[in-house]
Design a protein around this ligand. Structure first.
Ligand code: FAD
Length: 433
């Protein structure tokens, strides 16, 4: 019996829609299935889209896509209960096209990308949660939706973090969510007129500012990072928290984001802004959340479903990897379709493409980053030591000035940091970041 489609794509996010666009451009009969009533409706809005991966399918995307602001400044640092220490990175090159990064609101971008897929010739159906993959022997032959089979020789899985359609299959044999491979994202959006944003963050029209913080003001033991991004007339703020570090402590997630929002450094940026949206979402945790394989008989896994999210305290990047992996899966599917061969060995080209485009390199290379990223001392004693040190160096006490080594010793004593931990963690930072 003939298949319903050449390729089925599950999920119209940053991986799925670009994959469907490329497939339709390449002449494939492609079905893009999305569970939300409209693409983007369930994606936590906000974030910074880095890079130019969409150039490959939509050469004029920066002029057409509903983008918020192009990022011209990045600030990163850490917050403690009483202080903040940060570095500002301003780059004149970021002020000129082609821009390095854009702030985006996903409800807008994802709806636009899904529309582009439709215009390119894909069949896009929203409001349809896929139940799972349609397995025949060792391979996928399409999907099950509402208990009904929809068949295609190739299925591209792009359903995001903790991909439910692959849970309990050979792709992701564990039947439950993998908490150690998942982080919690909590996000709020605030409305503030464009002129106020530009005045407050010293930006020109359309220019954007992005900041990421090691969130040292969370309850002891809870590890997480905060962010703030400027959109056209809103601000996105949020926290990404290590779920394991939340076990056994009682602060609910809305109080965690409150601590971030109420920190004097962040509160000043939010002055007079009005809360318009709140949400929480799981995030894949890079290499630790990768599936058993990236491709097999009749299937490929892309984006967050494949664990392709990189965050190290200075950057959060997942959308760029989602687009790139979606496009590589689409190229692989086009070549396989024209060869009439969707076998595991044919689709293993996807893995080679992930290597060639550097995606696997990035995640393998930084596999041990978690040792730094999820080291509790980087959220507690080390930031406290730095704040104590700067406080002592920059305040005028009226007493005789002291040498730096004495100030460091005093700051170590005040923060409870030890010389050994500091040396060991600095070494790890250099080695694994
Ligand atoms: C708080 C937060 C902040 C972030 N900040 C950034 C940032 O600044 N920069 C950055 O690059 N990345 C950021 N990320 C990560 C980024 O959002 C993801 O890496 C990216 O969205 C992954 O794209 P995706 O297409 O794989 O998954 P998603 O964008 O999650 O898309 C998956 C799609 O599949 C649909 N779906 C799910 N299940 C089914 C089903 N059963 N049937 C049909 N459809 C289904 C979903 O509704 C969704 O539309 C952030 C994430 C969070 C949570």
């Amino acid at each position: 019996m003939a298949d319903d489609f050449d390729v089925i794509v599950v999920g119209a996010g940053m991986a799925g829609s670009p994959a469907a666009i490329r497939l339709a451009q390449g002449g494939a009969r492609v079905l893009l299935l999305e569970r939300s009533p409209e693409a983007g409706a369930k994606n936590l809005s906000g974030g910074v889209l880095w890079g130019r991966d969409l150039d490959r399918i939509l050469p004029d995307w920066t002029a057409q896509m509903p983008l918020e602001r192009h990022i011209v400044r990045k600030r990163f640092g850490f917050l403690t209960k009483d202080g903040a220490l940060s570095v500002d990175f301003d780059d004149e090159r970021w002020k000129r096209a082609p821009f390095a990064a854009h702030s985006v609101l996903r409800a807008r971008t994802d709806a636009w990308l899904a529309k582009k897929a439709e215009e390119a010739g894909a069949t896009v159906v929203t409001g349809v949660p896929v139940d799972g993959l349609l397995w025949e022997g060792t391979g996928a032959q399409g999907v099950l939706q509402g208990g009904e089979p929809m068949t295609a020789p190739i299925t591209i899985v792009a359903d995001g973090t903790n991909s439910r359609v692959t849970l309990g299959t050979p792709i992701r044999p564990a039947k439950r969510l993998e908490w150690n491979a998942t982080e919690l994202g909590i996000k709020e959006t605030y409305r503030l007129p464009a002129e106020r944003i530009e005045e407050r963050f010293q930006l020109g029209p359309d220019e954007g500012h992005a900041e990421e913080w090691v969130a040292g003001m969370l309850p002891p033991g809870v590890m997480g990072g905060g962010f703030l991004y400027t959109n056209a007339d809103t601000l996105s703020i949020g926290l990404i928290v290590n779920i394991g570090s939340m076990y056994g402590q009682t602060t609910p997630s809305h109080e965690l984001i409150e601590r971030f929002r109420m920190h004097p450094t962040i509160a000043a940026r939010l002055k007079d802004a009005e809360l318009v949206e709140y949400g929480a979402k799981l995030i894949s945790s890079g290499w630790a959340s990768r599936p058993a394989a990236f491709s097999g008989d009749g299937w490929m896994v892309t984006g967050d479903a494949a664990g392709f999210v990189f965050s190290n305290g200075i950057v959060i990047q997942g959308m760029n990897y989602a687009i790139r992996s979606g496009l590589e899966a689409a190229e692989t599917a086009l070549a396989a379709s024209s060869a009439g061969d969707a076998s595991a060995s044919r689709l293993s080209e996807y893995g080679r493409r992930l290597e060639a485009t550097g995606i696997l390199h990035d995640f393998r290379e930084f596999e041990k980053l978690d040792r730094v990223k999820w080291n509790p001392r980087f959220y507690g004693v080390h930031p406290n030591l730095a704040i104590e040190l700067f406080h002592a160096m920059l305040s005028e006490s009226g007493e005789p000035k002291r040498h730096l080594r004495e100030l460091v010793r005093a700051a170590r004593a005040a923060s409870g940091d030890s010389r050994r931990d500091l040396a060991r963690d600095t070494l790890d930072l250099v080695r694994y970041s």
